[in-house]
Design a binder for this molecule. Sequence first.
Ligand code: MEV
Length: 328
Amino acid sequence: MAVSSAPGKVYLFGEHAVVYGEPAVPCAIELRARVGVEQRSDAKLRVHAEDLSLDGFTVEYGGTTDERPDVDVSESLVSAAMGYVDGAIEQVRDVTGEHEVGFDVTIESDIPLGAGLGSSAAVVVAAIDAAARELGTTLETDELAERAYRTEHEVQDGQASRADTFCSATGGAVRVEGDDCRSIEAPELPIVVGFDGGAGDTGQLVAGVRNLREEYGFAADTVASIGDVVRRGEQALADGDLEELGRLMDFNHGLLSALGVSSRTLDSMVWAARDADAYGAKLTGAGGGGCVVALDPTDETETALSFTPGCEQAFRAELADEGVTRLE
Ligand code: MEV
């Protein structure tokens, strides 16, 4: 049995625009998915999820069993989670050349599914790392990030950027622009997360932005403006200027809102953080529901969020310096 963990992430800047080649800056946070993988004597894949912010479910397939779990979240989310594990295992079969191998896979995750905190990337990174090690192959971080990216790209119908998977594999703060991914220095960031308990559909939200961009030139300009915000944000990060970072996060949220990927609760949480004098706040990830990220060294934002209608959880998130971690 091999067990690996990988962190989730928040986007300081640049989600959605990164899909069109603009830069983005995600940061890994200390919320992790842990994946245990054990080789089977047959070619089946059996997946058990202890907690994907679902009630727990087991699906076995590749053989005669295909039990659909009885859970109170949308079927599409469950199917998406299964698709990611399936894709991750395919990558391991490919990289090791062992095409007939089967696995029992157990997933435990602190990261809510589809909430903008990189749950799928963390599961994919940890699953590929653990399954490859179970077969005696330890992948270099770049190879791991590449294989994880291919998995997301396939599951998300060719609409994924490298940002989530690279960040989860390497940890820390990273800069992604097209195929160019690298770690960057970041000051200590007083990150606060607000979660509305919901989840957006990344594929649909990305497709929505694509349609807007095709229909309206000013939507394409909005995407390009996000790129400009990110470039200014990188300078603010390098200068350790938290006030400027916050102003730029506010700006980034406004542009994402214009692209139609915010929601009433995300906007309420962003405004609660602003009213609490956070340096700035924005939605993180694909949007539509899920999480906001704010910067505030005091307790004010966390407290304000916890009283905001629609906010189910508010918590402080530490930057995760380590990406994939080998536990067993
Ligand atoms: C989703 O976490 C981030 C998006 O930019 C999509 C992607 O980069 O693959 C919306």
